[in-house]
Design a protein around this ligand. Structure first.
Ligand code: AGP
Length: 609
């Protein structure tokens, strides 16, 4: 996800655009840039790092302009760097663009432009092709050139384009990436999202898919894909800027919980072609290479570690290879058996967790092959790995990780399926069955999200509890650890996860009427045993929230509360089971008046040991 901003008015374009970009940093912040038409040319200034770095480099520029475009980046193709930052220009910077989205056929376009037009690319990005496409079609009419360029492009895009020869207009176009136009007095704006506009305007037009917009100082003209003008209703924004960054949600955490269907779709579907073949972003694993691994470690911290617990089960089950999971801070101190026949998988949302980085470096020094599953492109873990498999969750702002976790799980499944098929140990029908189950997940997550009100009610009912136990068996056990961490880190309740089968070995001594137990019973093969565990703890006075698949209604007879997930194969339940736990934790913390997005004592990325 990136943030784009455009302004056309009398003057002060630089200030207006930077103001807008600052309000879009939640959409990405690894680099930023601005393009202004000055003296018949376009001046492009861009810099890696946060927007304040850009502000510093343009502060000395005594130029101003009546219009311009700007961008704050969340890298997908091409690590964060000055040259990969937007805006991107054509060969002589007479055209400049900013882009949010992914041009899926950018490689093909790059090769064609280089071959047919001798274009020399400056960056590694997919977006730069847009500037050159517009350039080859440009004959003095920017709108016509943009319309021709998008005909060559496949993927998702919101693009703003300017031309040195037309310093009074911005042409923008959108497909599957948001774009909104702001109606000013003597000036107009265009941006990825409303927060960028609110300092200056309250009246906006939402731009729909396949529409093109021409913005001048006095006019905003919207065209549909047939080139006909569209009369769009004005929308009055009543939100304040802070609420608008959260798109109307009260906190980033609940917004990110609701972004999970999209994150799962992005992470899954862009890697699986129509024939069901999985592409691990070009990571080449041969059968011989995989068979040379006699050990796989998954090493991570916190939520990422919990994703590794599920990853262990699915890789062992589908790829028939032994996997050890370790918390990074312990891995380093147990003198692990690591050599050139070891595959070391690091999981990290931020890619900057020092414990994980240190463990990675130790394994690398001992000859292991390093594969990392990371959400931040170009982060330290990504840069120091041999192979990187990105989660495409988009920026995760809340300290409590939610959409990163479910997209990490998707990456675990894809790696396991790919390995199992490459090694020839996974039957095609099994492969197809699991893949189809994964494809069905986004809609099932959306169905669970409609239970938000019920979960908020349970949170209200139980938010005063001071001791909460999460129990489960099999895959539910790993998810119970994640559910417990979600609750404790944002509500400050003492919560505790334990394998349900372990209860009788000591912990059941703690069961009493003050205890609340969240019992995960989604594994068909272990359901009866979980029923017994629920009966054991209720017999000692504990209150129980039971979580099961749709149709397992008998759980309502034995537990105090029942929460259901849609029917699915046991193997993929973790992606669904965690959703009610995230929502429950969120509303408990809300009832307790906690600082949900920035819990006490915590940081989004723990860069200390
Ligand atoms: C999870 O909600 C916490 N924010 C924390 O446990 C986190 O998962 C852990 O610090 C690892 O962070 P990483 O994924 O960025 O490496």
């Amino acid at each position: 996800m990136c943030g784009i901003v455009g302004f056309v008015g009398e003057s002060h374009a630089k200030e207006r655009i930077v103001d807008g970009l600052k309000r879009l940093e939640y959409r990405g912040y690894d680099s930023a840039g601005i393009a202004l038409p000055i003296g018949g040319k376009i001046q492009i200034r861009k810099h890696v790092g946060e927007i304040r770095n850009l502000e510093q480099i343009i502060a000395d520029d005594n130029f101003d302009a009546p219009m311009g475009i700007g961008h704050t980046r969340w890298a997908t193709h091409g690590a964060p760097s000055d040259v990969n930052a937007h805006p991107h220009g054509n060969q002589d910077d007479s055209i400049a663009i900013v882009h949010n989205g992914i041009i899926e056929n950018y490689q093909e376009i790059r090769e064609w432009l280089a071959r047919e037009y001798g274009v020399q690319f400056k960056s590694e990005t997919d977006s730069e092709v847009i500037a050159h496409l517009i350039s080859i079609y440009y004959d003095g009419d920017l709108l016509s050139a943009v319309n021709k360029a998008v005909e060559d492009m496949r993927g998702a895009y919101a693009v703003c384009a300017i031309a040195a020869d037309e310093p009074d207009r911005i042409v923008a176009v959108r497909k599957d990436a948001p774009l909104v136009a702001g109606i000013g007095r003597g000036c107009n704006f265009i941006a990825s999202d409303i927060p960028a506009l609110l300092k200056y305007v309250r009246e906006v037009y939402f731009i729909e898919n396949n529409e093109t917009v021409v913005l001048t100082r006095d006019d905003i003209t919207i065209y549909n894909e047939k080139g006909n003008r569209v009369n769009r209703e004005v929308f009055h924004v009543s939100w304040d800027a802070d609420a608008a960054e959260k798109e109307g949600y009260d906190h980033f955490m609940i917004k990110e919980i609701h972004e999970q269907p999209k994150g799962i779709r992005e992470t899954l579907l862009r890697r699986v072609d129509e024939e069901g073949r999985i592409n691990l972003d070009g990571i080449a694993m041969t059968r011989e290479g995989l068979e040379s691994f006699n050990k796989v470690y998954i090493v991570a911290c916190g939520t990422a570690y919990h994703a590794g617990l599920v990853g262990k089960s699915v890789i062992e089950r589908l790829a028939k290879i032994p996997v050890e999971v370790d918390v990074a801070s312990e891995f380093r101190y147990r003198d692990p058996f690591v050599d050139e026949n070891t595959l070391f998988i690091a999981i990290s949302q931020s890619g900057e967790t020092l414990d994980t980085l240190a463990a990675l470096r130790e394994a690398k020094a001992k000859g292991a092959r390093i594969l990392s599953v990371v959400n931040v492109v170009g982060s330290s873990v990504a840069r120091e790995s041999d192979d990187v498999f990105y989660t495409w969750a988009g920026p995760e702002i809340a300290v409590a990780s939610t959409k990163a976790y479910t997209t990490q799980l998707i990456c675990m499944y894809l790696i396991a399926l790919y390995m199992g098929q490459t090694k020839g140990v996974l039957l095609q029908k099994e492969y197809d069955r699991i893949l189809n189950e994964l494809r069905a997940l986004p809609e099932k997550v959306e169905k669970i999200l409609t239970q938000e009100e019920q979960l908020a009610f349970l949170a209200k009912k139980y938010h005063h509890k001071e001791h909460v136990f999460f129990i489960g068996r099999g895959l539910d056990c790993g998810v119970s650890y994640e559910g417990s961490l979600k609750l404790k880190e944002i509500s400050y309740i003492h919560s505790f996860a334990i394998a349900a089968g372990e209860l009788k070995h000591g912990t059941i001594a703690l069961m009493d009427p003050d205890a609340l137990v969240v019992a995960l019973a989604t594994q068909d093969s272990l359901y009866e045993k979980m029923v017994s565990n629920i009966v054991e703890v209720t017999a000692r006075g504990a209150r129980v929230i039971g979580l099961a698949k749709d149709g397992r209604n008998e759980i309502e007879q034995i537990a105090d509360e029942a929460v259901y997930i849609p029917e699915c194969a046991d193997e993929v339940t973790p992606v669904l089971t965690v959703i009610p736990l995230q929502i429950f934790a969120y509303y408990v913390a809300k009832e307790r008046g906690c600082n949900i997005d920035k819990p006490k004592n915590l940081a989004k990325s723990v860069t200390v040991e």
